[in-house]
Design a protein around this ligand. Structure first.
Ligand code: AMP
Ligand code: MG
Length: 520
């Protein structure tokens, strides 16, 4: 069963903790601890991604074999697996939090296939030295959310970690979902997530915070060697490090620009949740924008300060990169290269965001004066309570010769607010139509450009919650059904219109559909 070829460079090339097992501890001078998953009562595969399985060369028959559930439920290892938990720190909500580490994630190994490297990691597989006071487990609802969203992001073309499979454990996990002193048992699950690398900003911050420059440099050189091999030979070691940091900045910028394009709000952009590859990572209390609102945060823990609100994400990414730069500084002889990297973030983000916005609006190219048009639009969408996804998708249907609100009617949540903004919206549509006509792009080309930038289907919060509700009743079909819709987010899918509808009224304040807690 399962002929995976492992090449575990992280544990082979980097210093590890001499102590094994899950006893909680501060780990110094090491970048990981070896620890095995804790077996569960009754592992059962309830969902998987066939695209990810294909990339790993895993067949459907293998996935259906009992042995597969044993391995991905954490009950058995196969030859070549060398499980470990990574040691990292992080800034949480702007404050240095010290050592965090993989408290409930255990990497099984690094698979090589077709010239690509894939780290397989179980999330919810039991305690590690980094679990602090928690249990190392995950509940089904949050595992479904990560499974679906990471695959959906991939199909949207947004850099992300992936998901191979979702396994229920047959065990209960106790969580206080609303943080209101009413913990209750919930079904547990384990997600196998996959990425070329799970290294985070926090992996560098921790040795730097302890003044362990040698360990910091070891990790930097390893990351460049393994995860950025294209940089090899690009000048002196210092020049290579400089370009590496700039690349991290560039990738982060493009990913965040994509979040803004599709209406994704991460919700917990702590530096331990920032991938060195610029992947979207650690899907927790994330959310999707229904009614356009730059102030919205899905995370109840963030409701007060709104640090991680939709419109603030580009600035937070920059702040996080600045923390990374500060951590890397002892390994750089010239601070200027770190400043240059941060500038690369700014220029890349601006460029990507403008290109995305132009594409969303069906403009051939961005002009300085478009900034005003976009600002006006954002204010109007917010004031009139307009669904972001529906608005941009249906904007392609506006008759440029006679702009009217008719193609956009489905996008309004509140008739009162629609009425109050109607004249202003029409005025905006007329100016927009003029601007578009000025470019002379053929209507079909314009529509194609817009449809490639504006998804029809996103993982609306209430859709994920409906799949969770059914799964908790033992019906996992809704997960497959939803995943199948999300495979082709930019296509019209006749018969599946209900998955494209705006959030229904009942879901406006319903648990899991509007705000989410970190409890997972
Ligand atoms: P997060 O907010 O999910 O990024 O988690 C922050 C830190 O808490 C990380 O070090 C996690 O590994 C740890 N953590 C979160 N949930 C658990 C859990 N149920 N058991 C152990 N550690 C956890
Ligand atoms: Mg995390």
């Amino acid at each position: 069963m399962l002929s995976l070829r492992f090449d575990n460079r992280f544990v082979r090339e980097l210093p590890g903790d001499p102590q094994e097992g899950s006893q909680r501890r501060q780990v110094h001078g090491a970048l990981y601890s070896r620890v095995r998953p804790t077996p569960v009562a009754e592992p059962r595969v309830v969902a998987y991604s066939r695209e990810m399985a294909d990339l790993l060369g895993i067949s459907e028959a293998e996935i259906r074999s009992p042995a597969f559930a044993q391995v991905f439920g954490g009950n058995a290892l196969i030859e070549g697996m060398e499980p470990f938990a990574a040691n990292y720190g992080g800034h949480q909500f702007g404050v240095w939090a010290g050592q965090l580490g993989d408290g409930r994630a255990i990497t099984l190994g690094e698979v090589e296939r077709a010239g690509r490297r894939w780290e397989l990691q179980l999330k919810g597989a039991g305690p590690t030295p980094y679990s602090r006071s928690a249990d190392g487990r995950a509940v089904l609802r949050s595992s479904i959310r990560e499974f679906l969203c990471s695959e959906a992001m991939h199909h949207l073309g947004v850099p992300t970690t992936r998901a191979l499979c979702l396994v229920t454990t047959g065990e209960l996990v106790v969580r206080d979902m609303f943080y209101d002193g009413n913990p209750r048992p919930e079904p547990g699950a384990i997600l196998c997530r996959v990425a070329p690398s799970f290294i985070r900003f926090g992996n560098f911050e921790l040795p730097a915070s302890r003044g362990d420059v040698a360990l910091l440099e070891t990790l930097i050189d390893f990351t460049i060697r393994r995860d950025f091999p294209e940089l090899a030979g690009g000048g002196t070691p210092q020049q290579v490090r400089a370009e590496w940091f700039a690349q991290v900045c560039e990738r982060t910028a493009r990913t965040v620009a994509d979040w803004m394009r599709v209406g994704f709000v991460h919700g917990v952009m702590n530096t331990d949740n920032m991938s060195i590859l610029g992947l979207t990572i650690d899907y927790g209390p994330y959310g999707w924008i229904d009614d356009f609102d730059l102030e919205w945060t899905p995370n109840t823990t963030d409701a007060h300060g709104r640090r991680y609100r939709f419109g603030h994400q580009p600035r937070i990414a920059y702040w996080n990169l600045a923390q990374l730069a500060a951590a890397l500084a002892p390994a750089f002889t010239e601070v200027e290269s770190l400043h240059a990297g941060l500038e690369r973030y700014m220029s890349t983000f601006l460029e990507a965001d403008r290109a995305n916005t132009a594409a969303k609006l069906g403009l051939l190219e961005w002009r300085e004066e478009d900034a005003h048009l976009v600002q006006e639009l954002h204010a109007l969408l917010q004031a009139a309570e307009v669904d972001m996804t529906l608005f941009f998708r249906n904007l392609a249907d506006i008759d440029l010769a006679a702009p009217a609100l008719a193609p956009l009617e489905d996008a309004f949540y509140d008739p009162e607010r629609r009425r109050a903004s109607q004249d202003a919206l029409l005025g905006w549509l007329r100016r927009y139509a003029e601007r578009v006509q000025g470019e002379g792009l053929a209507p079909e080309a314009r529509r194609a450009r817009m449809q490639a930038a504006n998804p029809r289907y996103v993982l609306r919060n209430y859709l994920a919650q409906q799949a969770i509700d059914r799964a908790e009743q033992g019906d996992f079909g809704a997960i497959d059904e939803l995943l199948d819709v999300l495979r082709h987010p930019y296509d019209e899918q006749p018969g599946r219109e209900r998955f494209a509808q705006r959030r229904p009224d009942w879901a406006r304040h319903a648990p899991g559909c509007s705000m989410l807690s970190c409890s997972s």
